[in-house]
Design a protein around this ligand. Structure first.
Ligand code: PLP
Length: 424
């Protein structure tokens, strides 16, 4: 049996872990979740001894690849010097200063551990800042699994994009969110019209990485900025995927629009759990005026040591140019492979995030993303595994700083062979 050791481990894991996984989305991996022994650079090795070029990268954080020597060194040294004092240390403010220097318009930082947490504290801050409760959230965007935020990411049980996403979620959560289509500025303007709108904030990924890696329509983010300024609404960019990835200064730098708050996680610490809310002092200082932000592990030295090493590597000249080049090569190669085999599908990228949207001529909206042929793509991911390529189920491929041209060439060849295997 292929992946027999992984299959056995998966069966055993199901006995002690609900669904055999530690994050529900991982259960979507085909043919079943794999179990890994180690990673190095762009490569992963599973418990069956198979080697893969890794485009999952821990679902995004490993922007320096697996076990980058600079990150290993920084974390090891910190571990030997103490894993956590639960008190102040210099990296807390040094890294905060670097985040503020990187992202235009940011004055202060609150550290936490996961993107979901940081999005939740951002929501608390905007409610405190405005005295309002409701917020605008866009279809297909993901801001973590909290009761308040887990709305409109994928169709709810009733098929709508406005209903509850999880069993057990607070039933009144949808009442607090105004769910709108993304890139539709008139819809946002309409929601904010009238003197007594009750909207505290707009939350948006600056590029919609979670549902098709879609760039914002020209003028959309600037339009949100103007509407927020005109109506006293806080603009929040969820840069959990885009931050330090699609530019050093994330979507804020790439698209030239500054939010009031930016939520960061994933790439910032290269794979250790670290998240942050960065923002303008007027909002951030509410954390000293009655807004509770707490956490045993907040600002933990191990994660901040990893962030220190990661940001140092990402700040080297040429990193983001290399991302564009590598992602361009991969995109072109995948497009050609699809065309050579007469398979309809779109491939594009924003920075080092490549998206393959199968079965549609253009992956240009949340609607096309949702109508894509994900059954076929699931079969393709298995053929890719057989050929040593490890990818996510939703068509998103992450590149790291250590994926080189040879990795991409090997991947393009494997992709062509995998496509051929699914259509023969
Ligand atoms: N926001 C965005 C844009 C994300 O993509 C994610 C996770 O993928 C989150 C928030 C939640 O982050 P975490 O999984 O660290 O809680």
């Amino acid at each position: 049996m292929e992946w027999s050791q992984s299959a056995q481990m998966y069966e055993r894991a199901k006995l002690s872990l609900p669904g055999g996984v530690s994050s529900g989305l991982r259960a979507a991996m085909r043919p079943h979740p794999l179990f890994f022994e180690r990673g190095a650079g762009s490569r992963l090795w599973d418990v069956d001894g198979r080697e893969y070029v890794d485009y999952v990268l821990g679902w995004g954080p490993l922007i320096l690849g697996n076990s980058h020597p600079a990150l290993v060194d920084a974390v090891t040294r910190q571990l030997a010097a103490g894993q956590s004092s639960g008190a102040g240390h210099s990296r807390e403010f040094e890294l905060a200063e670097r985040v503020c220097a990187a992202i235009p318009g940011m004055d202060k930082v609150l550290w936490s551990n996961t993107g979901s947490e940081a999005a939740q504290i951002a929501l608390r801050l905007v409610r405190a800042a405005t005295g309002r409760v409701r917020f605008i959230k866009f279809h297909g965007h993901y801001h973590g699994w909290s009761d308040a935020m887990l709305l409109g990411y994928r169709p709810a049980a009733d098929g709508s994009l406005d209903g509850l996403t999880s069993r057990g979620q607070h039933p009144r959560a949808p009442a607090d969110a105004v769910m709108l289509p993304w890139n539709d500025l008139p819809a946002v303007a309409a929601a904010l019209s009238g003197p007594d709108h009750d909207i505290a904030a707009i939350f948006t990924e600056p590029a919609l990485c979670n549902s098709g890696v879609l760039p914002p329509a020209p003028g959309f983010l600037a339009g949100l900025r103007e509407l927020c300024d005109a109506h006293g609404v806080v603009l929040v960019f969820d840069e959990v995927i885009t931050g330090f990835r699609i530019a050093y200064g994330g979507g804020t730098e790439r698209y030239g629009v500054s939010p009031d708050l930016a939520v960061l996680a994933k790439a910032i610490a290269g794979g250790l759990p670290l998240s942050a809310v960065a923002g303008r002092a007027a909002v951030m200082d509410l954390a000293t005026q009655g807004v509770v932000h707490a956490g045993t592990y907040n600002g933990g030295p191990l994660a901040l040591a990893a962030a220190d090493a990661t940001l140092t590597e990402l700040a080297r000249p040429g990193v983001y140019e290399a991302f564009e080049e590598r992602a361009g090569q991969l995109t072109q190669g995948m497009r050609k492979a699809l065309a050579d085999h007469g398979v309809t599908g779109a491939v594009h990228h924003v920075g080092p995030v490549v998206q393959c949207t199968p079965g549609v001529p253009a992956g240009d909206s949340f609607a096309t993303f949702m109508s894509a042929d994900w059954d076929w793509y699931g079969a393709l991911t298995v053929e890719l595994l057989r050929r040593g390529i490890y990818v996510l189920p939703g068509g998103r491929w992450y590149l790291s700083t250590v994926h080189d041209e040879a990795d991409v060439n090997r991947t393009v060849a494997a992709f062509g062979a995998a496509v051929a295997a699914t259509v023969d």
